[in-house]
Unconditional design. Structure first.
Length: 55
């Protein structure tokens, strides 16, 4: 894996952890935003990595 892919995955995991903590603390808006942002970041990283590997 490339270093940028690993950093992106770590950022997404941190956002998922933030989502879990904010859900526990009853901050549903922040929880939904963090979870959706993490999902989008992972999706973009996955598509970008596979696009570069197809060549």
């Amino acid at each position: 894996m490339k270093q940028t892919t690993v950093i992106t995955i770590i950022i997404s995991l941190l956002l998922m952890f933030l989502s879990l903590v904010s859900w526990i603390l009853k901050s549903t808006d922040l929880s939904l935003i963090a979870a959706n942002l993490a999902t989008v970041v992972l999706l973009i990283a996955f598509i970008w990595d596979n696009r570069n590997n197809s060549n």
